[in-house]
Ligand binder design. Structure first.
Ligand SMILES: *Cc1c(COP(=O)(O)O)cnc(C)c1O
Length: 381
């Protein structure tokens, strides 16, 4: 099995040996009978440690990201917490992009920093700035590309090489691209994290987080934290995530095509100040994105000339695009970051301009999506 779409459907998904069921069963059980004391059947003991349904997803994400180990958690932030606490110690410094997911920054700033891990942020798309921001104590670089919501692109290969020169672990949050479009491990990253809540699940019906790595030592440390702290994913959530991933490639194609059409419709409209989409040739990260992504994904942001009032009006004027936080589902969503997803980072360097709108472009008919944004823009005239 070499093709991505084939692996998305089959990796870790062998039919059930007892019944021949095509789909890995939902093992809704907390514990497993032992044949004699310590005599485990197929290695299963207690479900916080291992569960066959979760194993299937862990094998699947490891395969799709081109790693050797996968770990599945109750949410993206649970996965991030296990990575941060599993790999960092008090006195270590973690360097993050200055536009990482707000929850990532909050976790590092409010939970890890009081524990003694130092946090600073940098413009990750500027390799020279990253070089200057690395300290002797820097143990981890954490980047997100495309970033949220301004769709900045970081050169994963360049930053990973720089991190390794300085002996740091390089983590990429691959939530926005998904492994269908971008595979950071092949570009030199040590570890990939996902909010599986977004494109991997793909249907806005499950919370989940995933980690993939090709490094056995990293997997052992993060896996130990998964077991010791216990934020594992439940079998039903795992089932839904696996089901979602089977159509990942075909969805990402449609998300990307629809997003391109929406970005084109926004471009040049008199109410629109700027369109943020890495697929546009004028996007400053377009060349790097073309190199490291297969397509440009389903997220598009725009800035409006009319300021906060126009942005709020736009967000409340669409009908196919529903007003909600989150992203990555088959249905289109509109978000007003300044007062929704990014309200908690107002006044920090993660603050988002108040005339910016973020669109998660779904896989509905392109013509309906384009008509919807056009009519919302018409209300601003
Ligand atoms: C949503 C999101 C997270 C957090 O994931 P949860 O599943 O909500 O815990 C992390 N990173 C990015 C880029 C996200 O969009």
């Amino acid at each position: 099995m070499t093709g991505f779409a084939t692996r998305a459907i089959h990796a870790g998904q062998a039919f059930d040996p007892t019944t021949g069921a095509v789909i890995p069963p939902v093992y809704q059980t907390s514990t497993f009978v032992q044949e004699h004391v310590g005599g485990l059947r197929a290695g299963y003991e207690y479900a916080r440690g291992t569960n066959p349904t979760r194993d299937a997803l862990q094998e699947l994400i490891a395969d799709l990201e081109g790693g050797s180990h996968g770990l599945s958690f109750a949410s993206g932030l649970a996965a991030e917490d296990a990575v941060l606490r599993g790999l960092l110690r008090p006195g270590d410094h973690v360097l993050m992009g200055n536009d990482v997911y707000g929850g990532t920054h909050r976790l590092a700033n409010r939970i890890l920093a009081p524990w003694g891990v130092e946090l600073s942020t940098v413009e990750m798309s500027d390799v020279d700035a990253v070089r200057a921001a690395i300290r002797p104590t820097t143990a981890m670089l954490w980047l997100e590309t495309p970033s949220n919501p301004l769709m900045k692109i970081t050169d994963i290969e360049a930053v990973a090489a720089l991190g390794h020169e300085h002996g740091t672990v390089v983590v990429v949050d691959n939530t926005f691209a998904s492994p269908a479009l971008q595979r950071p491990l092949a570009l030199g990253a040590d570890l990939v994290v996902h909010s599986a809540t977004k494109y991997l699940g793909g249907h806005s019906d499950v919370l989940g987080g995933l980690v993939a790595t090709g490094d056995a030592e990293i997997a052992e440390k993060v896996g130990f934290l998964q077991f010791a702290a216990g934020a594992v994913s439940a079998p039903w959530e795992v089932f839904l995530t696996i089901r979602g991933i089977k159509t990942l490639q075909i969805r990402m194609r449609q998300h990307s095509d629809n997003a391109t059409a929406v970005a084109d419709a926004l471009l040049g409209h008199p109410a629109v100040e700027r369109v943020y989409y890495p697929g546009l040739p004028e996007h400053p990260g377009h060349d790097v994105a073309s190199r490291q992504m297969e397509r440009f994904g389903g997220m598009v942001s725009l800035a409006l000339h009319g300021g906060a009032q126009a942005a709020r009006t736009f967000a409340e004027s669409t009908s196919v695009f529903q007003l909600a936080e989150s992203l990555g589902g088959v249905e289109s969503l509109v978000n007003y970051p300044a007062e929704m997803t990014h309200a908690s980072v107002r006044g920090t360097e993660l603050e988002v301009p108040d005339n910016v709108i973020r669109l998660s472009v779904g896989i509905e008919d392109e013509a309906d999506l384009v008509a919807d944004v056009r009519s919302a823009l018409a209300r601003l005239a």
